[in-house]
Every structure is written in C-alpha cells, then in structure tokens.
Design a protein around this ligand. Structure first.
Ligand SMILES: Nc1ncnc2c1ncn2[C@@H]1O[C@H](COP(=O)(O)OP(=O)(O)OP(=O)(O)O)[C@@H](O)[C@H]1O
Ligand SMILES: [Mg+2]
Length: 393
C-alpha cells in the first residue's frame, strides 16, 4: 500500500467535477486547513489544472461523471509524484468505492459525514514526494477453498520475514479467523475494536492493539467470540490497513477463502496476492474461479502469485497440469509436511521452532523472495484458450 509523508504547512487542493453544493461542503469541512480553489474545474480540464498548479491533493467528484472520474485517477497520479487523490460522492456503494481505489484514489468520502477523514487526508497529504521504498507492502494470502493452508502460510511467511522486517499479520477472516489461536495468543483487543474507533486510529493506537508472538510477528487478531451476519465495511478495513502499512514494513493479510467486502477491498489495494491452493481438483477448480473473479474485478494480474501448498510427488495432478489448467505459473510450492505443521499449530508455534530443517520451512523461507523482490510481471504459460478445458470435461 502507498503511504504518504507527514504534513508541513497548508496543502494545496484542486477540485474536479464537483457542483456548487459540493464545493460548499468541502469549504465547510476544510476551512483554512488547505489552500482551496474558488471553484471546481470540469473533468476535461483536470489534467491541465493539475499540471499547472501541482497540488498536494485532488478531490474528484464521483457523482457527476463516474466513468470519467475513474479514468482520471491514473492520469492525475502520473502528473505529480506523491499526489493524494480523494474521491467525493454522495453514494457509498462498495463497487464504486473499489473502482475508485483501483483507480488510485486513496480516500472515498461522503460529506459531511466523512469530514474528519477528508481533513485527515489533507493533513497527511504529501508535501514532499515519498518514494516507493518508504511504503509498507501489503501481501494478501487468499485460499482457493477452506483448509488449503492460508493461515499457516500467512503466519509462517510473516515469521520468515520477522527477523529483519517489522511484520504484522492482519486476520481478515471475519467469520472464523484463527490467527491468534495458531500462534497461541490471547489478544486483548481486536480488529473489531479498531474498526469501531477508526476515526481516532493511528500507529500508536495500533501498536497498543496488536498481540506479539515470540517470533516477533505482530498480529491484529479477530476477537475470541464469534459474530453472526455482520456486514464489514470495506472502507473501515481500508482505513485499518492504511495505518498498518504506515506502521509496518510488511502487512500480511490472512484473507481466508471467503469473498466478502473485507477481502475484496484488501486484494484491490494489495501489492502482492498469494493465491493458495492444494494439488487436488476441487482446490484447483476454485483457484480458477477465484482468478476469474479477480480478472472481472480488474485486479492487476501481475500482483497475483499461485502457491501450491501440501505438495508432494506422485499425485495425479502434476504442477504442469495445474499451470496448464489455470493459465498461470506456479510461483511456489510448499511440501506436504503433516508432522511439523500439526505440532506447530497445536503448540501455538511457528514451523521453524518445531524443525527448522523441515521441508515446509525450507519452502516457505524460499517464498520470502516473492515478498521482497517486489512485483514481477509473470506471463502465463501456454494458450489461455486451453485453460481448464481438461478439468471441465
Ligand atoms: N504443507 C502442509 N503439509 C501438511 N499439512 C498442512 C500443510 N499446510 C497446512 N496443513 C494443514 O492443513 C490444515 C489447514 O490449515 P490452515 O488452517 O492453515 O488452512 P486455512 O486455509 O487457513 O483453513 P480455513 O479455511 O479453516 O481458514 C491444518 O491442519 C494444517 O496443519
Ligand atoms: Mg484460516
């Protein structure tokens, strides 16, 4: 995730595609906190205005011409390094919010309700360009189906990074999240608590809310008690993740296998998505369905890596079969290693503490380069047309 530098002085703002009423709301909200324009510029003049004024913040109206507002995102971002884009709307629909996020808008505000969020964005806006090297990386670990090893991979990848990096695992499985149980932690506060007070959330508050495993992995956990039918707002998840990425060098999100607001929002803003599957037909089929969904959602293919967990020789499916079926290469395999995995989980420990020479530790350790080498473009092997044909026969 991108992070912004600290504020020094009043930020300069350009407003695009916002009507008179909207301009009034912006003025009411920001007052003297920013250098505001007298009026909004039309969408067609946005790039010119940003080029000539080089503002710190652009507030784009999403209610006038939604498509144009989305299209402008990357164009405006390309004009000024570190520019902060804010989407403004009267509509709070998740699909619109995700589209805005994908287009590079860091905030999505509905005024006047989100006034404090807009003020915060302007205060934190980038008055000195911040390089990509300063940004905490967000890695999503997504399971193709239940039980494929998503939590094990998230915790142990974080543990491999933790000796030299500040790492936090964020448990985003809002139904049955069990990262804390995996690491035998008793969290005093949870991601639910942070989402409830998200307007006050900062690095300090986050640091007081995480649990720390002896491996130095920090965990933002789900609460012990289970909740039912709770809709989780993508915006709040995004706000929490932003603070995590501001605080740690790596945020590893255990997304489980559920398709919900929390995980869709998280994958939309991730630097790297590890899609975990097992070498069996149902799991590979679901990996294919997930890849299709990601494609429909506009996820950058270059950020997705396929990880085959519980891998062993002599299975009916070969790695070549899996690659041919999915149309993407296998970026990593993790060996089937039941003994080490079960001892680790039941003892609340990481795999390395059980047996640092085990095959699973060797493989997860090798995955560190996937996280640290940044985002590599991977071309799919073979013909896309053939993808999955044989599995669906
Ligand atoms: N490489 C492996 N070798 C052997 N067993 C493994 C391996 N990886 C995971 N397991 C086992 O698979 C089971 C499920 O692991 P885990 O809970 O991490 O999966 P998950 O995808 O997070 O499941 P859920 O859908 O319940 O969240 C555990 O019993 C774990 O020990
Ligand atoms: Mg899990």
């Amino acid at each position: 995730m991108r992070r912004q530098g600290a504020s020094r002085g009043a930020a300069q703002v350009v407003v695009v595609g916002v009507d008179t009423r909207g301009m009034g709301l912006i003025r009411e909200c920001l007052g003297t906190e920013a250098v505001l324009p007298a009026s909004s510029v039309p969408y067609a003049q946005a790039v010119d205005a940003v080029q000539s004024q080089r503002p710190n913040v652009v507030i784009t109206g999403f209610d006038g011409d939604f498509e144009e507002a989305v299209r402008l995102g990357p164009l405006l971002q390309a004009q000024v390094q570190g520019i902060r884009l804010v989407a403004m709307s009267q509509q709070n629909e998740p699909e619109r919010i995700r589209a805005a996020m994908r287009a590079g808008y860091r905030e999505y505000v509905v005024l006047p309700a989100d006034g404090s969020q807009l003020r915060q964005a302007v205060r934190e806006s980038d008055l000195s360009p911040v390089g990509a090297e300063d940004q905490g990386q967000l890695i999503s670990v997504v399971g193709s189906k239940g039980g494929v090893g998503t939590t094990l991979v998230a915790c142990n990848l974080a543990a491999e990074l933790s000796p030299v990096q500040r790492v936090c695992v964020v448990d985003l499985d809002f139904s049955m999240g069990d990262v804390a149980a995996f690491l035998d932690l008793q969290p005093k506060s949870s991601i639910h608590d942070l989402m409830a007070s998200v307007t006050r959330l900062d690095s300090r508050m986050l640091s007081g809310s995480v649990s720390v495993h002896p491996s130095k992995v920090h965990v933002l956990a789900q609460p012990m008690e289970l909740f039912t039918d709770e809709a989780v707002a993508g915006e709040k998840v995004l706000q929490v993740l932003t603070v995590v990425a501001d605080t740690y060098q790596y945020a590893v999100a255990d997304c489980g296998c559920r398709i919900d607001e929390a995980t869709l929002t998280t994958t939309a803003v991730s630097d790297l998505i590890l899609l975990v599957c097992n070498p069996d037909v149902p799991s590979v089929k679901n990996a294919w369905r997930r890849l299709q969904l990601m494609e429909r959602q506009g996820t950058d293919k270059g950020t997705v890596r396929l990880v085959v967990n519980k891998w062993r020789k002599g299975l009916e499916l070969s790695l070549a079969d899996i690659e041919r079926s999915l149309g993407v290469p296998v970026a990593a395999t993790i060996a089937w290693d039941e003994e080490t995995c079960m001892s680790a989980i039941n003892g609340g420990r990481i795999l390395r503490e059980i047996d640092k020479r085990s095959a699973a530790v060797r493989d997860i350790s090798a995955m560190v380069s996937l996280a640290t080498e940044g985002v590599l473009r991977v071309e799919a092997p073979g013909s896309e047309k053939k993808a999955f044909g044989w599995l669906f026969k």
